[in-house]
Design a protein around this ligand. Sequence first.
Ligand SMILES: [Zn+2]
Length: 433
Amino acid sequence: MDAASGQGNGTRSEPPSSQFQKIWRANLVCPAEGPPIRGGAVLTRGARVEAVGPAEEIYPAGRPVSDIDFGAAVLIPGLVNAHTHIELSGLEIDPSTMGEWIVRLVREVREWPPHLFLSSSRLGVSASLEAGVTCVGDISASGQSRRILSDMGMRGVIFREVLGLVPGDADSIVADSIFEKRATQPGEGGGGALRTGMSPHAPYTASLALYRAVIGAAGAKGWPTATHLAESPEESRFLDDGDGPFAEVHKALDSPAEGFEPPGLSPVRYLSEGEVLGGIDLAVHCNQTGEEEWALLSRAGAAVCLCPRSAAFFGHPFADAAGMRRAGVRLCIGTDSRASSPSLSVLEEAAALWEADPELTAEALLEICTANGAKALGFAGEGAGVITPGGTADLAVVEPPPGEPAELDRIFRPGASVRTTISGGIIRYERGG
Ligand SMILES: [Zn+2]
């Protein structure tokens, strides 16, 4: 292999590697935008895609610096895990009721020193790259996952999580969170591979005043917002009458709840009537929803991130994904944290969604795992989540189960495996490598 000399365009402002052309081929290339391409290839230059199409049509005139043929594999955009908690990747908590699980999790994590959040984050990013994930919607309470995500070449939004049910505390909680972030992460810009967002945790732990304060602050900074919403029957019960297992959680954790008045509304209606739903970009879970809630979510412009295996872990009834699709709700997918999910694999999560919504086509499922998540996180402008000329060169190579052909539907089956993960035109993971 030789260096791509002779490809210079006369400027020296970028490092030489940004001029290198590489070609990546596979029996099937699925750009998640346009039809699958048999005998396809992706031509990249530095961190960007230059062309995608049949290999013989896009082969460059000058010899590329590398030419890799993955053979019997499916080349797709890097997968987008739109909801996870990277910093909790080293934490496993046995299945129990959600209330007991929350109490155990909070008690454990309260004791963690910063280095444990860092090592746990490293586990999470490694596992994500092994699963073909190149972009995450990461919820962080500690702020420690950012360094690891950055070092390992991951793209995404790190949502700073805030909690507080006492309405009078809302402004100071948001001000403290923003100040803390600025103090610990100086020099962070808004247009990079890692961006900041804010997340009021959920309607049972965040007051409407806190939602409003977050939406105001995030709006002023152009940051996206996410929240856990309508996840469990326990949440619906707490909003209905202020009682039940989540009232017990607040007592067990000594979390103040003075001033919280149960609205007697479903979680989605509560946020809608509180005039905060329109400020939420990403609503996570939405298991406890029906047609009325789907119409509200759709009108508010919120994307819904489904986490089917986390719902199974807790024994929650899972969202009616097919109903949501028919109602025009924009869907993406997330694994949630390792504390409630068997892995950080988006493809395995997607297999569970397909089981729940068998009428989905493989193409639509791929979009839920890629383009839709990138859009919901605000990365569509960079061409993340699709393979498109000028877009970011984030790719995953997935081999079908042994002995099966390289067809798109096979990458969601047990036995399929990620062979290579590429972000910004650089190989970040290679199986056995
Ligand atoms: Zn979560």
